[in-house]
Write a protein that binds this ligand. Structure first.
Ligand SMILES: *Cc1c(COP(=O)(O)O)cnc(C)c1O
Length: 385
């Protein structure tokens, strides 16, 4: 039982997922089989990617992306700081240096194209963008910058399965797209992820790196296609199993409808918050493209204590969260040569004021009303006039 009356997130899981898992168990083939292959094909078709590989999680997808693009020591990779730490950690796994880049504005929390240009050095090799909350980064501008400066583009699309801009989905704009199926994401399998690309050379590297650097896989041997193999590179075991893949296939079929439901809830939230608490600002007010509406971020008025606000929400049984503490402020990221000088004032100011409100497909309009009422009461309670 949850301690929350209204939790931050919840999963749309039911009989279909149970039946799918049971069917896989009864087939007695639990890894790298038909379910995973079909999940990959269906996901590739859904986002419009030429290649898609299921992996253990998005963190390893990001690692594989850096490996497949041959990033390494001496290379700099431009990343947002207003993201989950894995975006930057992947750069460090391969010995390259993350350089943190400012967000666009208080309304657009995605990486700023102008700030990207300002941080390019002769060592810069790649950009990792993150579609914050499911809202697309300015991909046309970012691709243009990448093309001019000969940089790779990796999309951390953990928040954005199904999001699109100019009719093109997240994860297929850059060289590689990385998705997460962690339990609080729009499509969840517990742990899990997907890596997409349109480049055949990168696809081949990813396929081999994902499974120990081996040329022939267990499934091929099971099918009688191969009995021997070579190991051609230092590889990893970053695979996804059949149980998670079959859950992923069911979840993928629900994704579009669930994203539309999230959209309706966000529209309703915006309308209600604007009316009841106009001093709270809601980012992405006029964002181009179609969001996957992963998060419902709000910015508290300047001077309001976020800790007290979150405590007041908790007393009302409503779970809130923060997306994100900026990565460049973490202990493990101190002392890395991150800046040419100066900090990230916009990122830091937004990160201090941001609160994420509950959002998931099964949330009701009545519950949104309750959350909005609680926001109003909480603000009154902690700043008595
Ligand atoms: C969740 C998340 C990840 C990591 O995903 P895992 O599947 O948990 O490894 C990476 N980046 C962002 C932006 C995320 O939200």
């Amino acid at each position: 039982m949850s301690i929350w009356r209204i939790p931050l997130a919840d999963i749309d899981l039911g009989e279909e997922e149970k039946a799918a898992v049971t069917a896989v168990l009864e087939r007695r083939w639990l890894t790298m089989g038909e379910e995973t292959q079909q999940f990959e094909q269906e996901f590739a078709d859904f986002v419009g990617a030429t290649y898609a590989y299921a992996v253990s999680n998005c963190t390893v997808a990001l690692h594989l992306a850096c490996l497949a693009l041959d990033l390494g020591p001496g290379d700099e990779v431009l990343v947002p700081s207003l993201t989950f730490v894995a975006t930057a950690a992947a750069v460090r796994y391969v010995g390259a240096t993350p350089r943190f880049v400012e967000i666009t504005s208080e309304d657009d929390l995605t990486i700023s194209p102008q700030a990207l240009v300002d941080r390019i050095t002769p060592r810069t090799r790649a950009i990792i963008v993150m579609h914050y909350g499911g809202y697309m980064c300015d991909m046309p501008s970012i691709l243009e910058i990448a093309r001019k400066n000969n940089l790779f583009v990796i999309e951390d699309a953990a928040h954005a399965p199904g999001a699109s801009l100019n009719g093109q989905k997240a994860g297929v704009w850059g060289d590689v797209g990385c998705f997460s199926f962690f339990s609080n994401k729009n499509l969840s399998t517990g742990e899990g992820g997907m890596i997409t690309t349109h480049r055949q050379d990168i696809a081949e590297k990813i396929r081999i790196l994902r499974s120990h650097g081996m040329t022939a896989l267990t499934w091929d041997r099971h099918q009688g296609h191969a009995w021997s193999y070579d190991v051609v590179t230092l590889g990893y075991n970053y695979r996804l199993d059949e149980l998670r893949s079959t859950i992923g296939r069911v979840q993928l079929r629900k994704l579009e409808a669930n994203n539309r439901r999230r959209e309706a809830l966000v529209d309703y939230y915006r309308q209600r918050l604007r009316k009841e608490v106009p001093e709270v600002s809601i980012p992405f007010s006029e964002h181009p493209g179609r969001s996957a509406y992963h998060l419902m971020p709000a910015l508290l008025p300047l001077g309001v204590s976020r800790v007290e606000f979150m405590e007041a929400m908790k007393r009302r049984g409503i779970q809130t969260s923060v997306h994100y503490p900026p990565v460049h402020k973490f202990s493990a990221y101190q002392g890395i040569a991150l800046f040419h000088g100066g900090g990230l004032p916009l990122t830091e100011s937004v990160a201090q004021r941001e609160v994420t409100l509950p959002l998931y497909p099964m949330l009701t309009e009545t519950q949104v009303d309750e959350v909005v009422l609680a926001v109003r009461e909480a603000l009154l309670e902690i700043q008595p006039v």
